[in-house]
Design a protein. Structure first.
Length: 256
């Protein structure tokens, strides 16, 4: 699942098992492997042990680019075992509420309101991006964290002032720890949050992503504008009164 320094264990790794209504199903298999992990540059760390992730998917999956926030919301609801709601239906309700036009979602508060409208049993709060310590606590309690960030061409977090704003859902974490000699599964608070990585899903890829958490936080904090491309592409977008401030520094935390 992640490259780990030789002699280093992994503290408090948690995976959220998802069976999404959009057709994704993830099966976790841990085994030895010599293959480099996806989205990570193994050359940066030459002596690493690798863990494998097997990801099984329904062939009917259709990734939806523009409606990334709505797809992330659908994934979160599915992770709680809530009734499946089609993305097209979520889009229609969001449009009726005046939150979107083409599926864009430029407000964390709007996404929260939409979630509670569709699934009344959900509880949601809009918060500042959590510290690593709080994030691990939330994930161990099976909360879902939806995060807006700036998306690079390879879908990883980047800092482009919000010109490529995108949504992901954080589904797990990994904390390498040299004081540990084995894999410890979600039974305790990590001894160290240094170099913490997070597992994320989003609507631009069928692959589970693994990113450094500080990179995701920094990308979220640099959502300074809606983006020049969006302002000149001829499309009509629904924008909140406070602009990019409706996304910057914020995330949506959902639970039952």
């Amino acid at each position: 699942l992640q490259w780990i320094p030789s002699g280093c264990g992994v503290s408090a790794v948690l995976f959220r098992s998802l069976h999404c209504s959009c057709g994704l199903r993830f099966v976790w298999i841990v085994s030895s492997s010599n293959s480099p992990p996806r989205n990570l540059n193994a050359a940066q760390s030459p002596s690493y042990v690798t863990w494998d992730l097997s990801c099984k998917m329904d062939h009917k999956v259709n990734m939806i680019f523009r409606r990334c926030g709505l797809v992330a919301l659908q994934m979160a609801a599915a992770s709680f075992g809530l009734p499946s709601v089609d993305v097209q239906h979520i889009h229609r309700l969001a449009k009726e509420r005046g939150f979107t036009n083409r599926g864009e979602m430029f407000s964390v508060d709007w996404l929260c309101e939409l979630a509670l409208l569709i699934w009344p049993t959900l509880r949601g709060t809009v918060e500042y991006m959590p510290t690593p310590e709080r994030l691990t606590a939330l994930l161990r309690e099976q909360y879902a964290i939806l995060v807006p960030y700036d998306c690079d061409k390879n879908n990883e977090p980047i800092n482009r002032d919000g010109n490529a704003a995108h949504w992901c859902i954080v589904v797990g974490y990994l904390c390498p720890d040299r004081s540990q000699s084995q894999l410890i599964w979600s039974v305790q608070e990590p001894i160290s949050h240094d170099n913490m990585h997070v597992f994320c899903l989003h609507g631009k890829s069928r692959h589970l992503a693994l990113w450094k958490y500080t990179n995701l936080v920094e990308s979220n904090a640099n959502l300074n504008e809606i983006g020049d491309k969006r302002m000149t592409d001829g499309e009509i977008y629904v924008l909140p009164a406070d602009g990019a401030a409706a996304l910057k520094y914020k995330c949506l935390i959902l639970h039952l």
